[in-house]
Design a protein around this ligand. Structure first.
Ligand code: 5RP
Length: 235
């Protein structure tokens, strides 16, 4: 499954493999999105095939759903599952309080809904994702396409009013067109450099008309499994 991996892929793989060991027979598991979460899905698929692990997976994107099907994981919708035992997902940044920036892959909305509907959220990440203060990674904010430029202006005004350091926002693109999420929305990336009060920013962003959700995950993650390029893992 792995062949010769680069140090970064090795770090993602070992974190995913360790987290996969936390999955028990019969569990309903939220399956994250991104390159690290893809390793997790492959590891779980291997456990389904070789160890007879029986799980129900709730994918957080069409990409993850496709991969899960491909590797033989039974998938169900969140409404069928109702509540999940565990969600395992990647992150773009995590801090010492286990608060996160997510959404680099554009799946933050389903990811937040699924993680919030879980007894536990475990994040899998390479060591480079650990930060003292969130914000070097641009904060993704999902907005509805209708009037997105007006929403963008409101977001920028709000950042000024909140005295946030960086105020530049960009519409995420996919080639020449605006990126479209699984929900048919767009993403604004907020280049903030440093987020002084992530909890407050997360609440305020979601008050702006046109904003659907933001990529700050506050008090949602319970555990981070950190992988290193030499194969070491820390939980
Ligand atoms: C997708 C996400 C991903 O978990 C995040 O972008 C990390 O991705 P990767 O594991 O590829 O570094 O939030 O919306």
């Amino acid at each position: 499954m792995t062949g010769e991996l680069s140090p970064i892929d090795k770090a993602k793989f070992v974190a995913a493999k360790r987290a996969a060991e936390m999955v028990e027979d019969g569990m309903r598991v939220g399956l994250g999105t991104g390159s690290t979460a893809a390793w997790l899905v492959r590891c779980l698929g291997e456990m389904v095939r070789s160890e007879g692990l029986r799980i129900k997976g709730v994918p957080t994107s069409t990409r993850t759903a496709e991969l899960a099907r491909e590797v033989g994981i039974d998938i169900i919708s969140l409404d069928e599952a109702k509540w999940l035992d565990l969600t395992i997902d990647g992150a773009d940044e995590f801090d010492g309080d286990l608060n996160l920036i997510k959404g680099g892959g554009g799946a933050l909305l389903q990811e937040k809904i699924v993680a919030t509907a879980s007894d536990r959220m475990v994040v899998i990440a390479d060591k480079a994702k650990e930060v003292e203060t969130l914000g070097a990674f641009p904060l993704p904010v999902e907005v509805i396409p209708f009037g997105w430029q007006t929403t963008q202006a409101l977001v920028e005004e709000t950042l000024v009013a909140m005295n946030v350091m960086g105020r530049k926002t960009t519409l995420r693109m996919n080639g020449d067109a605006a990126f479209v999420t699984d929900e048919g929305n767009h993403i604004l990336d907020l280049h903030l450099n440093r987020i002084g009060n992530a909890r407050q920013l997360a609440l305020v962003m979601n008050q702006i008309p046109g904003v659907v959700e933001n990529g700050l995950f506050i008090d949602i993650c319970d555990t981070v499994v950190v992988g290193y390029g030499d194969g070491k893992v820390e939980v």
